[in-house]
Design a protein around this ligand. Structure first.
Ligand code: GLC
Ligand code: GLC
Length: 822
């Protein structure tokens, strides 16, 4: 069952029924000011940091699930009937309803009794504010006397404190209402130099900032007293729960249309300039007035909206494909790329499953996120890499997370996730391949954000590799530490105390438990280092002294590979780990957890077993034991009980999350691996199984948005097999983008140029693509002329050797590529 449809021409998903199985959300904002918005206008906004600078309040795990947001109420003053044009929160049945989610904007349109309302929500580029452009149309033959009310609830900035510290918070709320603008200035009198404003283009008939006056005692957002009675209280909040509500009366003749604009914004003032007049306690509003005046004009709001659309046309235009499969096209061309931007911006902080007060930016997460993002805005990827690497520890290890506002490593979570530093190598390699900007390796970057510790980024990468070499276990495999990619495989934790964090509790000295996954990742990272070294040598010659050569790195990779064959291969697949007792995990010897997906993916990606044929065995084992119609589960058999020595993985009921759920992040590794062995049909089949667009028809089961990936789909051991959770913020976005564009479609940036090496399904007769790469636009046409994967390339009419297109001469900005597959 569907709850809407894709409008690919507009790059929108159109929800046509408001009661979707879960709130289907979208994101507003691009760089600093962000908002989450659901299909019924629920959600909240924040500036930079969802925890520390929360503008509006949102209550997670509420009932109804999605309550609180950017609400509007319409009231027909001749009858007293009122409704929500976004259906929630009044849930009055609408004659028509439509929500269009696009890139950075959402438009909710509805109609009731001949009154059409359309609200367009977006954040203009470069601004710290959001615009709600509301257009009301009277489609009746008679006049309409309407009231329009807005309603938001302010958060007292620190979202964590806001939901816990009521003895203080109920006394600190402060507002100013001046010239019809509602200003929220809690704590501005003391150490904050920022405030929020909520403005409206209509002439106000009234306003409210006291929540209980607006709603009425013992009432909810579904039947506000003020809306019911059609009169605002003009209330000014002192403590308690400050809100912002405007009331505008709208008289519409038959057929008449009117636009009313609301602006919600965030403003900082220099400390010396906080008050006007100086010495008073009144906000200096000059800085905010400019933006308010500008964007309350429809013409400026329209212009800002078109600029946002153009911006996305430009970003998405960097890679466009036309294949025989519509699900592939719309994910690659629109939604998957868009989700990559959102995960890059948010990491794992704020979604409808991440409260915005929990996690900061993950070290491994952010490095992986940029794999799917780097081609869109390489400059931002560069900045991110430098931020992340400055939190790296001197011993090469990494803080597991850092805070976006301070850009400092997070001490609560600390370090010791032994895969973390290796992802930095992959992130930097991806950046250099995309941009050709070798100067990043010379950037002087601190360790642990400590002045005086600066060294070239290149050295950080070396230390990442050294970190693994310094931590090998009894089998010479890398020690796992607190966890590797799988945060829940906690082999040194042994926690028997409820509530203890599995990620930070370590009861063992960590000298025994080893990870085959890190071994594979290490080989991959060494290969990247070798490639980088070779090119750097070419560029810099003998004047540059390399402490380690490319041969050294390939030597490390070789040794690790031997170790994997000795201790990490189970006969038919790669093993997963060794526990603290030195017992194997992910082996036929186990009764539960016999085979895991992660080492199959990463080891094949590192090329292990390509020569001896073990890759095919490993991938066939995945197909046999782990694949389901809803994706590939993380391991089998699921853990049926809690195992002290395995940790959080066994804390989940079978079929959910890391305990044998379809943890979507890992599925593209298998797609890439299948492409490596040349099985395009299998790679594409796995791609399609979790492609949200391809799952649109089973939305009642899948439940999450059909336009973005979710972190997890319940596995075959679960009662709700096929049900997705944790949509939006997941490494799934970047990795699927990489798998489809770089492996299956085979358009892959390399250090030497763009590679074209598709491994597509047998029944595809080809595809077309355009790709911007290092300032050159490649127009690529791929034709199938045989059942295999042999590629021959013609570049601007000339045949070339191999699959990598050499970088064109300067001044050439367009290149035509013809690929034939035989
Ligand atoms: C979550 C984490 C990620 C981890 C994965 C598997 O997605 O953000 O870092 O690799 O879970 O546990
Ligand atoms: C939980 C989740 C895992 C996530 C981790 C982050 O363990 O199961 O997916 O990576 O929390 O701390």
């Amino acid at each position: 069952m569907k709850f809407g449809h894709f409008d690919d021409a507009q790059r929108e998903y159109v929800i046509t029924q408001p009661d979707t199985p879960l709130p289907w959300i979208n994101y507003l904002g691009n760089e600093e000011y962000f908002g989450l918005i659901s299909n019924t206008a629920g959600g909240y906004s924040f500036y930079k940091d969802a925890r520390l600078r929360r503008l509006t309040r949102y209550r997670y795990n509420n009932s109804p699930l999605d309550m609180g947001g950017r609400y509007l109420y319409l009231r027909d003053n001749s009858t007293g009937n009122y409704w929500s044009p976004s259906w929630m929160p009044t849930r009055v049945k609408l004659d028509e309803y439509e929500c269009r989610h696009g890139q950075g904007y959402t438009v909710i349109t509805s109609r009731l009794n001949g009154i059409r309302s359309s609200a367009r929500y977006f954040v203009p580029l470069g601004e710290s504010l959001e615009i709600w452009q509301v257009t009301l149309t009277n489609e009746n033959e008679s006049e309409a006397e309407l009231s329009l009310f807005s309603a938001i609830e302010f958060c007292l900035w620190d979202a964590n404190d806001d939901t816990t510290n009521f003895q203080r918070n109920y006394s600190i709320g402060q507002m100013e209402i001046v010239d019809d603008v509602i200003y929220h200035k809690t704590e501005y009198r003391e150490r904050r130099n920022h405030f929020a404003y909520f403005a409206c283009s209509g002439k106000l008939a009234g306003f409210d900032t006291v929540r209980e006056d607006f709603l009425g005692p013992y009432r909810g957002w579904d039947e506000p007293f003020v809306v019911e009675h059609g009169e605002s209280c003009n209330s000014e909040a002192h403590g308690w729960q400050p809100i912002g509500s405007h009331h505008v009366r709208v008289h519409l003749k038959a057929g008449e249309q009117r636009q009313i604009i609301f602006i919600l914004g965030y403003q900082e003032n220099p400390v010396a300039d906080k008050f006007d007049p100086p010495g008073s306690q009144i906000i200096n509003k000059k800085s905010a007035r400019k933006a308010i005046e500008k964007y309350l004009q429809p013409i400026n709001a329209d212009k800002a909206f078109y600029e946002l659309r153009e911006y996305w046309t430009m970003l998405l235009g960097k890679l466009q494909v036309s294949t025989p499969d519509e699900h592939t096209d719309r994910m690659v061309n629109i939604w998957n790329a868009y989700q990559c931007m959102v995960t890059f911006n948010m990491s794992r902080s704020a979604s409808y499953f991440e409260s915005g007060i929990g996690r900061g930016m993950g070290f491994r997460d952010s490095n992986q996120d940029l794999l799917g993002f780097v081609h869109m805005i390489p400059e931002r990827a560069r900045e991110r890499i430098l931020d992340i690497s400055a939190t790296q520890l001197k011993n090469g290890g990494a803080f597991h997370q850092y805070q976006p506002l301070t850009k400092r490593g997070n001490n609560d979570v600390g370090s010791g996730f032994n895969d973390d530093p290796l992802w930095l190598v992959l992130g930097v390699a991806a950046y250099v391949k995309e941009s050709g900007d070798w100067s990043i390796l010379d950037e002087q970057v601190q360790y642990e954000n400590e002045p005086g510790t600066e060294s070239p980024l290149y050295e950080h990468l070396q230390r990442s590799i050294q970190y693994t070499l310094d931590r090998l276990g009894p089998n010479n495999l890398p020690l796992i530490g607190r966890a590797d990619w799988n945060d829940c495989l906690n082999l040194n934790c042994f926690s028997d105390t409820p509530g203890q964090s599995f990620q930070t509790t370590t009861n063992k000295d960590g000298q025994v438990a080893e990870s085959v996954f890190i071994a594979g990742l290490f080989v991959l990272a060494c290969q990247e280092m070798a490639g980088i070294n070779i090119k750097m040598k070419e560029g810099r010659g003998d004047s540059f002294v390399f402490p380690l050569s490319s041969e050294d790195y390939l030597g490390f990779a070789d040794d690790m590979e031997k170790t994997v064959w000795a201790a990490g291969w189970d006969g038919d697949w790669f093993r997963r780990a060794y526990d603290d007792f030195g017992h194997v995990l992910g082996s036929k010897e186990n009764t539960e957890g016999q085979i895991f997906i992660e080492p199959q993916g990463i080891c094949v990606m590192a090329g292990l077993g390509v020569e001896n044929g073990n890759v095919v065995k490993a991938l066939d084992a995945v197909g046999e034991h782990l694949a389901t119609p809803h994706g590939i589960v993380l391991q089998q058999p699921a853990f049926s009980q809690y195992y002290l020595h395995l940790g959080e993985i066994s804390s989940y009921p079978p079929g959910y999350k890391e305990n044998a759920g379809v943890f979507c992040h890992t599925n593209p590794w298998i797609m890439i691996a299948e492409a490596i062995v040349g099985r395009g049909d299998k790679a594409f089949d796995y791609y399609t199984r979790i492609n949200p667009s391809a799952r649109e028809g089973i939305s009642e089961l899948h439940k999450c948005e059909p336009y973005v990936y979710a972190q997890m789909i319940a596995g075959k051991d679960a009662a709700t097999h096929g049900e997705a959770k944790n949509s939006w913020l997941s490494g799934t976005a970047a990795w699927n983008y990489v798998a489809i564009t770089q492996s299956i479609l085979g358009i892959q940036p390399t250090l030497d140029g763009l590679q074209i090496k598709p491994v597509i399904p047998a029944e595809w007769n080809g595809f077309e693509a355009t790709r911007n790469f290092r300032g050159v636009r490649y127009e690529i046409s791929v034709k199938r002329d045989g059942p295999g994967n042999e590629i021959s390339l013609e570049v601007d009419g000339q045949p070339i050797e191999g699959t990598v297109i050499p970088l064109p001469k300067e001044n050439i900005t367009h290149v035509k590529v013809k690929a034939v597959i035989r």
